[in-house]
Design a protein around this ligand. Structure first.
Ligand SMILES: O=c1[nH]c(=O)c2[nH]c(=O)[nH]c2[nH]1
Length: 304
Protein backbone atom coordinates (compact mmCIF):
# COMPACT_ATOMS: atom_id res chain seq x y z
CA UNK A 1 0.00 0.00 0.00
CA UNK A 2 1.44 3.38 -0.98
CA UNK A 3 1.91 5.71 1.96
CA UNK A 4 3.16 9.25 2.44
CA UNK A 5 4.74 10.88 5.43
CA UNK A 6 2.58 13.58 7.00
CA UNK A 7 3.43 16.28 9.55
CA UNK A 8 6.45 15.35 11.59
CA UNK A 9 8.57 16.98 14.26
CA UNK A 10 11.14 15.85 16.77
CA UNK A 11 13.30 17.20 19.55
CA UNK A 12 14.04 16.86 23.25
CA UNK A 13 11.11 17.33 25.61
CA UNK A 14 11.39 18.17 29.28
CA UNK A 15 14.91 19.55 29.64
CA UNK A 16 14.93 20.75 33.22
CA UNK A 17 17.39 23.61 33.38
CA UNK A 18 18.07 25.60 36.53
CA UNK A 19 20.30 28.67 36.46
CA UNK A 20 21.54 30.11 39.74
CA UNK A 21 23.10 33.55 39.58
CA UNK A 22 25.11 34.86 42.50
CA UNK A 23 24.99 38.54 43.27
CA UNK A 24 27.35 38.39 46.26
CA UNK A 25 25.44 36.56 48.98
CA UNK A 26 22.13 37.10 47.19
CA UNK A 27 21.29 34.29 44.82
CA UNK A 28 18.72 34.36 42.02
CA UNK A 29 17.10 31.32 40.49
CA UNK A 30 15.54 30.59 37.12
CA UNK A 31 13.91 27.20 36.76
CA UNK A 32 12.61 26.07 33.37
CA UNK A 33 11.26 22.99 31.69
CA UNK A 34 12.14 23.35 27.99
CA UNK A 35 10.70 21.26 25.16
CA UNK A 36 12.01 21.71 21.62
CA UNK A 37 10.31 20.44 18.46
CA UNK A 38 12.12 20.77 15.14
CA UNK A 39 10.86 20.18 11.59
CA UNK A 40 12.30 20.54 8.11
CA UNK A 41 13.86 18.27 5.51
CA UNK A 42 13.19 15.09 7.41
CA UNK A 43 11.76 12.86 4.68
CA UNK A 44 14.93 10.78 4.38
CA UNK A 45 15.23 9.84 8.02
CA UNK A 46 11.66 8.57 7.98
CA UNK A 47 11.75 6.84 4.58
CA UNK A 48 15.29 5.41 4.53
CA UNK A 49 16.78 6.01 7.95
CA UNK A 50 19.46 8.41 6.69
CA UNK A 51 20.36 10.71 9.59
CA UNK A 52 22.26 13.19 7.43
CA UNK A 53 19.73 15.97 8.11
CA UNK A 54 19.18 15.18 11.76
CA UNK A 55 20.38 17.47 14.52
CA UNK A 56 20.15 15.02 17.41
CA UNK A 57 17.76 15.52 20.29
CA UNK A 58 20.78 15.14 22.54
CA UNK A 59 22.35 18.19 20.86
CA UNK A 60 19.08 20.04 21.35
CA UNK A 61 19.31 19.37 25.09
CA UNK A 62 22.98 20.41 25.23
CA UNK A 63 22.13 23.65 23.41
CA UNK A 64 19.52 24.48 26.03
CA UNK A 65 22.11 24.12 28.81
CA UNK A 66 24.84 25.97 26.89
CA UNK A 67 22.50 28.87 26.03
CA UNK A 68 21.37 29.11 29.66
CA UNK A 69 25.01 29.68 30.53
CA UNK A 70 25.99 31.89 27.58
CA UNK A 71 22.92 34.11 27.29
CA UNK A 72 21.44 33.70 30.75
CA UNK A 73 17.69 33.41 31.22
CA UNK A 74 16.10 36.85 31.32
CA UNK A 75 12.66 35.54 30.52
CA UNK A 76 11.23 32.36 29.07
CA UNK A 77 10.22 34.28 25.95
CA UNK A 78 13.70 35.72 25.32
CA UNK A 79 15.32 32.36 25.99
CA UNK A 80 12.90 30.67 23.58
CA UNK A 81 13.66 33.28 20.89
CA UNK A 82 17.44 32.65 21.22
CA UNK A 83 16.96 28.91 20.89
CA UNK A 84 14.43 28.93 18.03
CA UNK A 85 16.53 31.37 16.02
CA UNK A 86 19.64 29.27 16.58
CA UNK A 87 18.10 25.99 15.41
CA UNK A 88 16.56 27.49 12.26
CA UNK A 89 19.49 29.68 11.22
CA UNK A 90 22.35 27.28 12.04
CA UNK A 91 21.04 24.17 10.23
CA UNK A 92 19.96 24.16 6.59
CA UNK A 93 17.75 21.12 7.16
CA UNK A 94 15.73 22.72 9.95
CA UNK A 95 13.00 25.10 8.83
CA UNK A 96 10.90 25.44 11.92
CA UNK A 97 11.57 25.29 15.63
CA UNK A 98 8.92 25.36 18.31
CA UNK A 99 10.20 25.94 21.84
CA UNK A 100 7.77 25.40 24.68
CA UNK A 101 8.77 26.52 28.14
CA UNK A 102 7.23 26.04 31.54
CA UNK A 103 8.68 28.29 34.22
CA UNK A 104 8.51 27.46 37.91
CA UNK A 105 8.49 30.53 40.12
CA UNK A 106 10.28 30.65 43.48
CA UNK A 107 9.88 32.93 46.51
CA UNK A 108 12.51 33.64 49.12
CA UNK A 109 11.99 31.94 52.48
CA UNK A 110 11.57 34.49 55.27
CA UNK A 111 13.92 33.73 58.14
CA UNK A 112 13.51 34.29 61.87
CA UNK A 113 16.17 37.00 62.00
CA UNK A 114 15.45 39.48 59.18
CA UNK A 115 18.91 41.02 59.71
CA UNK A 116 20.49 37.70 58.86
CA UNK A 117 18.00 36.91 56.11
CA UNK A 118 19.05 33.91 54.09
CA UNK A 119 19.52 34.99 50.53
CA UNK A 120 19.78 31.55 49.02
CA UNK A 121 16.70 29.76 50.37
CA UNK A 122 13.60 29.46 48.25
CA UNK A 123 10.12 27.93 48.31
CA UNK A 124 8.42 27.16 45.04
CA UNK A 125 5.32 29.23 44.30
CA UNK A 126 1.96 27.54 44.15
CA UNK A 127 0.69 26.50 47.57
CA UNK A 128 1.25 23.04 48.91
CA UNK A 129 -1.69 20.77 49.68
CA UNK A 130 -2.69 20.90 53.34
CA UNK A 131 -3.81 17.61 54.90
CA UNK A 132 -5.76 16.59 58.00
CA UNK A 133 -6.87 13.24 59.38
CA UNK A 134 -9.16 12.89 62.42
CA UNK A 135 -9.89 9.52 64.00
CA UNK A 136 -12.32 8.88 66.91
CA UNK A 137 -13.37 5.48 68.17
CA UNK A 138 -15.77 6.71 70.87
CA UNK A 139 -12.92 6.75 73.33
CA UNK A 140 -9.71 8.06 71.80
CA UNK A 141 -9.04 10.91 69.45
CA UNK A 142 -6.17 11.23 67.06
CA UNK A 143 -5.60 14.36 64.98
CA UNK A 144 -2.81 14.32 62.40
CA UNK A 145 -2.16 17.31 60.13
CA UNK A 146 0.36 17.69 57.40
CA UNK A 147 1.22 18.85 53.94
CA UNK A 148 2.54 17.60 50.64
CA UNK A 149 4.17 19.17 47.59
CA UNK A 150 5.96 21.99 49.41
CA UNK A 151 9.09 22.36 47.27
CA UNK A 152 12.13 24.09 48.78
CA UNK A 153 15.67 24.78 47.63
CA UNK A 154 18.91 26.05 49.14
CA UNK A 155 21.38 27.12 46.48
CA UNK A 156 24.32 26.90 48.89
CA UNK A 157 25.18 25.99 52.53
CA UNK A 158 24.87 22.30 51.70
CA UNK A 159 27.73 19.79 51.67
CA UNK A 160 27.84 16.02 51.31
CA UNK A 161 31.00 14.02 52.04
CA UNK A 162 32.53 11.48 54.40
CA UNK A 163 30.21 8.65 53.33
CA UNK A 164 31.11 4.99 52.77
CA UNK A 165 33.07 4.30 49.60
CA UNK A 166 32.73 0.72 48.39
CA UNK A 167 33.53 -0.78 45.00
CA UNK A 168 30.29 0.66 43.53
CA UNK A 169 30.66 4.22 44.81
CA UNK A 170 31.19 6.88 42.14
CA UNK A 171 29.48 9.92 43.72
CA UNK A 172 32.02 12.73 44.11
CA UNK A 173 32.17 14.44 47.48
CA UNK A 174 30.93 18.02 47.50
CA UNK A 175 31.48 21.03 49.77
CA UNK A 176 28.84 23.12 48.00
CA UNK A 177 25.74 21.75 46.36
CA UNK A 178 22.12 22.62 45.70
CA UNK A 179 19.79 21.00 48.23
CA UNK A 180 16.18 20.68 47.08
CA UNK A 181 13.23 18.59 48.15
CA UNK A 182 9.47 18.34 47.85
CA UNK A 183 8.33 18.08 51.44
CA UNK A 184 5.68 15.59 52.52
CA UNK A 185 5.14 15.83 56.28
CA UNK A 186 2.64 14.79 58.94
CA UNK A 187 2.44 15.87 62.56
CA UNK A 188 0.36 14.37 65.35
CA UNK A 189 -1.34 16.48 67.99
CA UNK A 190 -1.52 15.52 71.66
CA UNK A 191 -5.03 16.99 71.90
CA UNK A 192 -7.86 14.99 73.50
CA UNK A 193 -11.42 16.31 73.92
CA UNK A 194 -10.98 16.67 77.69
CA UNK A 195 -7.88 18.85 77.22
CA UNK A 196 -7.98 22.26 78.87
CA UNK A 197 -7.35 23.97 75.56
CA UNK A 198 -8.02 23.18 71.94
CA UNK A 199 -5.31 24.32 69.55
CA UNK A 200 -6.15 27.03 67.05
CA UNK A 201 -5.75 24.65 64.12
CA UNK A 202 -5.18 27.40 61.57
CA UNK A 203 -2.45 29.15 63.59
CA UNK A 204 -0.90 25.81 64.42
CA UNK A 205 -0.65 24.92 60.72
CA UNK A 206 0.81 28.28 59.74
CA UNK A 207 3.37 28.26 62.53
CA UNK A 208 4.38 24.65 61.92
CA UNK A 209 4.88 25.42 58.24
CA UNK A 210 6.92 28.50 59.16
CA UNK A 211 9.19 26.56 61.52
CA UNK A 212 9.66 23.83 58.95
CA UNK A 213 10.69 26.35 56.27
CA UNK A 214 12.94 28.30 58.59
CA UNK A 215 14.71 25.18 59.81
CA UNK A 216 15.29 24.22 56.18
CA UNK A 217 16.66 27.68 55.37
CA UNK A 218 18.76 28.11 58.51
CA UNK A 219 20.38 24.69 58.80
CA UNK A 220 23.87 24.52 57.33
CA UNK A 221 23.41 21.08 55.83
CA UNK A 222 25.82 18.16 55.86
CA UNK A 223 23.08 15.81 54.61
CA UNK A 224 19.38 15.95 53.87
CA UNK A 225 18.94 13.57 56.83
CA UNK A 226 20.43 16.20 59.17
CA UNK A 227 18.30 19.01 57.70
CA UNK A 228 15.18 16.86 58.01
CA UNK A 229 15.88 16.09 61.67
CA UNK A 230 16.31 19.82 62.36
CA UNK A 231 12.97 20.54 60.68
CA UNK A 232 11.21 18.01 62.91
CA UNK A 233 13.05 18.99 66.07
CA UNK A 234 12.27 22.65 65.56
CA UNK A 235 8.56 21.91 65.25
CA UNK A 236 8.58 19.78 68.42
CA UNK A 237 10.57 22.48 70.29
CA UNK A 238 8.26 25.33 69.31
CA UNK A 239 4.83 23.71 69.11
CA UNK A 240 3.80 22.16 72.42
CA UNK A 241 0.58 20.77 70.85
CA UNK A 242 2.60 18.43 68.60
CA UNK A 243 4.31 15.25 69.86
CA UNK A 244 5.39 13.53 66.64
CA UNK A 245 6.49 14.62 63.15
CA UNK A 246 7.21 12.40 60.17
CA UNK A 247 8.80 13.45 56.89
CA UNK A 248 9.25 11.84 53.51
CA UNK A 249 11.72 13.88 51.48
CA UNK A 250 12.76 13.10 47.91
CA UNK A 251 16.25 14.46 47.31
CA UNK A 252 15.79 16.44 44.09
CA UNK A 253 19.29 16.20 42.68
CA UNK A 254 20.70 19.17 40.76
CA UNK A 255 23.78 18.23 38.74
CA UNK A 256 26.17 20.91 37.52
CA UNK A 257 26.18 20.48 33.73
CA UNK A 258 29.59 19.85 32.15
CA UNK A 259 29.81 22.66 29.58
CA UNK A 260 33.54 22.26 28.95
CA UNK A 261 32.96 20.48 25.61
CA UNK A 262 31.35 23.76 24.48
CA UNK A 263 34.19 25.91 25.78
CA UNK A 264 32.19 27.22 28.74
CA UNK A 265 33.27 27.32 32.37
CA UNK A 266 30.02 26.53 34.16
CA UNK A 267 30.92 27.08 37.79
CA UNK A 268 31.44 30.82 38.00
CA UNK A 269 30.17 33.54 40.28
CA UNK A 270 27.98 35.05 37.56
CA UNK A 271 25.96 31.91 37.25
CA UNK A 272 25.90 28.16 37.13
CA UNK A 273 23.59 25.92 35.15
CA UNK A 274 22.18 22.73 36.64
CA UNK A 275 20.33 19.76 35.30
CA UNK A 276 17.40 19.14 37.65
CA UNK A 277 16.99 15.36 37.57
CA UNK A 278 13.61 13.99 38.57
CA UNK A 279 14.53 10.31 38.80
CA UNK A 280 15.90 8.26 40.28
CA UNK A 281 15.86 10.24 43.50
CA UNK A 282 17.11 9.67 47.01
CA UNK A 283 14.19 9.23 49.41
CA UNK A 284 14.96 10.30 52.96
CA UNK A 285 12.35 9.56 55.65
CA UNK A 286 12.22 9.78 59.42
CA UNK A 287 10.08 10.38 62.50
CA UNK A 288 11.02 12.94 65.14
CA UNK A 289 9.38 12.38 68.54
CA UNK A 290 8.95 14.40 71.69
CA UNK A 291 10.83 12.51 74.41
CA UNK A 292 8.64 9.91 76.07
CA UNK A 293 6.02 9.92 73.28
CA UNK A 294 4.99 7.01 71.15
CA UNK A 295 5.36 6.81 67.35
CA UNK A 296 1.89 6.42 65.82
CA UNK A 297 2.19 8.03 62.39
CA UNK A 298 2.51 5.23 59.80
CA UNK A 299 5.98 4.72 58.34
CA UNK A 300 4.60 4.94 54.82
CA UNK A 301 2.87 8.31 54.54
CA UNK A 302 0.90 7.19 51.49
CA UNK A 303 -1.04 5.05 54.00
CA UNK A 304 -2.22 8.14 55.81
O1 LIG B 1 21.82 14.29 51.77
C1 LIG B 1 22.09 13.21 51.21
N1 LIG B 1 21.94 12.04 51.88
C2 LIG B 1 22.22 10.82 51.32
O2 LIG B 1 22.07 9.76 52.00
C3 LIG B 1 22.69 10.82 50.00
N2 LIG B 1 23.06 9.83 49.14
C4 LIG B 1 23.42 10.42 47.98
O3 LIG B 1 23.81 9.80 46.94
N3 LIG B 1 23.30 11.77 48.07
C5 LIG B 1 22.84 12.05 49.32
N4 LIG B 1 22.54 13.21 49.94
Amino acid sequence: MPTTLGQNQYGKAGTRVVRITRDGAVHHIKDLNVSVSLSGDMDDVHYSGSNANVLTTDTTKNTVFAFAKKHGIDSAEQFGIHLARHFVTSQASIHRARVRIEEYAWQRIETSDPQAAKKHSFVREGRETRLAQVTYDGDRWEVVSGLKDLTVLNSTDSEFHGYIKDEYTTLPETRDRVLATRVAGRWRFNWTDDAAETPDWQTSYEETRRHLLQAFAETYSLSLQQTMYQMGARIIDHRSEIDEVRFSLPNQHHFLVDLEPFGLDNDTAEGAVYFAADRPYGLIEATVLRDGCEARIPVDLTNL
